[in-house]
Design a protein around this ligand. Structure first.
Ligand code: ADP
Ligand code: ZN
Length: 223
């Protein structure tokens, strides 16, 4: 099963994808996480990608698309994946369709997370990640704090703020790009009949974990 997580920054895509992955056994394929790991390891791909990521711009398709294509061929992906952060443009969606078609697969479900703008900015600013690159657990100082301030519950490493989350210009740039380049994917997948929109907001007391629980129920019924 190929599931895509769609939604602006700070809507909880990573949280929902993480829960779905843990419960279904399908890997969470986060392009942002793969880039950050490569930046950390100073690989050629990482050095190149960082030029774009540090400014809040999209990494070009000639780097991003082959990276995802390769990831889809790994053994752990044979029963499906949860794509988190890809595709982000209509071109990427079309390229993904072509890749999947060659593999005899298709996009089965696109979860579109929607959160009010005021909450989004607040959630990006309060977001923290584990500095241990093999753990990379996500937290939020307000909504999902660790048991001990600044320390990862899972591995004890210090929590850090992503560089692009501490830069207001990079935050704004990413939200702008989302509106301009990524939000057209909502219509794209709606037309294919695979879109499911889910509201995530404090105002309705519905968070990522609630959405994930409902989705798991649905996924179980499909299988
Ligand atoms: P966010 O959703 O908060 O922007 P991600 O972790 O998904 O964070 O991505 C971090 C950065 O990695 C993005 O700002 C972008 O520069 C790059 N990136 C991630 N996914 C893609 C993609 N599908 N295409 C191009 N660039 C990407
Ligand atoms: Zn950790």
């Amino acid at each position: 099963m190929i599931i895509i997580m769609l939604g602006a920054q700070g809507t909880g895509k990573g949280t929902v994808a993480g829960i779905l992955s843990k419960e279904t056994g399908m890997p969470q394929v986060s392009t942002g996480d793969i880039f950050r790991k490569n930046i950390n390891d100073k690989t050629k791909l990482g050095v190149e990608a960082d030029k774009y990521i540090s400014k809040g711009n999209l990494v070009p398709d000639d780097i991003t698309v082959p990276m995802v294509e390769d990831r889809l061929t790994w053994d752990d992906a044979k029963n499906g994946v949860i794509l988190d952060g890809f595709p982000r443009t209509i071109e990427q969606a079309e390229k993904l369709d072509a890749i999947l078609e060659k593999m005899g697969k298709k996009v089965d479900l696109v979860v579109n997370l929607v959160t009010p703008r005021e909450e989004i900015i607040d959630r990006m600013v309060t977001r923290r990640i584990c500095s241990n690159k093999n753990c990379k657990a996500g937290y939020n100082t307000k909504l999902n704090p660790p048991k001990v301030e600044g320390i990862c519950d899972k591995c004890g490493s210090p929590l850090i703020q992503r560089e692009d989350d501490s830069d207001p210009e990079a935050i704004n740039r990413r939200l702008e790009i989302y509106e301009e380049k990524t939000s057209p994917l909502v219509k794209y997948y709606e037309n294919k009949g695979v879109l499911q929109t889910e509201n995530v907001s404090l105002s309705i007391n519905r968070m990522g974990a609630d959405v994930a629980r409902d989705l798991l129920e649905q996924i179980r019924q499909r299988n």
